[in-house]
Write a new protein. Structure first.
Length: 125
């Protein structure tokens, strides 16, 4: 009997709907362009996403959320990663979907939740 093949659990991301675009127009959502290959195949370089910068003001992120955060070693750089683990004290372990092309918590460690800039909610447009 063959053993089951393990593949990363990659949640699909929907395209923006009219409501998402309206929230972007009234500046409730922010729009960002993806650079690099760390989130392939879900987010190829050049695609754009909408993020909710208010998503984590009242709650902690959950595993499998896709987030935008400041890079812990390069604070002027924003990164897009998937949340793997969340500690109750407000730290997240972030990992890129394309592990071979990603600089993530394996290199820079846990990221404080106050470094999160928002939750990726959809692809744009």
């Amino acid at each position: 009997m063959d053993s089951p093949q393990t593949t990363p659990n990659i949640s699909p991301l929907c395209h923006s709907r009219l409501w998402d675009i309206l929230l972007w127009l009234v500046r409730r959502y922010r729009r960002l362009r993806v650079i690099g290959a760390s989130m392939l195949p879900l987010l190829p370089a050049g695609c754009e996403v909408l993020i909710d910068p208010f998503a984590y003001r009242q709650r902690l992120p959950e595993p499998d959320d896709i987030v935008v955060a400041y890079h812990p070693k390069q604070p002027s750089l924003c990164i897009i990663k998937r949340v793997q683990f969340v500690e109750p004290d407000g730290r997240c372990y972030l990992k890129g979907d394309n592990a071979s092309a990603s600089s993530d918590s394996r290199q820079f460690g846990w990221v404080a939740c106050d470094q999160l800039q928002g939750k990726v909610v959809c692809l744009f447009p």
